[in-house]
Every structure is written in structure tokens, then in C-alpha cells.
Design a protein around this ligand. Structure first.
Ligand code: ZN
Length: 74
């Protein structure tokens, strides 16, 4: 069994979505927990058609605010 695309965080696991901006691939689990968008606070020109953003924008916005409040946590 060969894997065409590997998850950035889970080597050996098949990825399902790509961050077009960063050109990284992520698995379903990473998508589910919204780990797949690494820079939700920054402008992204792919966002309008981004699957990750579509599913994670609420979570991403929340994280963005928390980050702004608590400083460099990541
Ligand atoms: Zn993963």
C-alpha cells in the first residue's frame, strides 16, 4: 500500500486536504481538530475556496483572538 500524500503531522497517514498557501497536506483528523490552518490570522488569498477554512473558520477566528490576548503561545 502506498500513500500519495502524507499528512504533515502524521507521517504514514494519507492526507485528504491541502493548504494551498503553505503547500502542506493534512489528514482527516487534522482537519477535524482544525490543525490544518497554521496561520488563520494572516491574509490568505486561497481562503475563498479553501476547504480547511470553510470547516475551521469559526475555530480559527477564536484561536486568533486568544492568541492576540495571550501572546506567543504557539
Ligand atoms: Zn494528520
Amino acid at each position: 500500500m502506498s500513500i500519495e500524500r502524507e499528512c504533515r503531522y502524521h507521517p504514514g497517514r494519507e492526507a485528504v486536504v491541502e493548504c494551498q498557501k503553505m503547500e502542506f497536506w493534512y489528514c482527516q483528523e487534522c482537519l477535524d481538530i482544525c490543525r490544518a490552518c497554521t496561520d488563520p490570522c494572516l491574509y490568505c488569498k486561497f481562503r475563498r475556496e479553501c476547504v480547511i477554512w470553510e470547516l475551521c473558520r469559526q475555530e480559527a477566528r477564536k484561536r486568533c483572538k486568544e492568541e492576540a490576548v495571550s501572546g506567543q503561545q504557539y
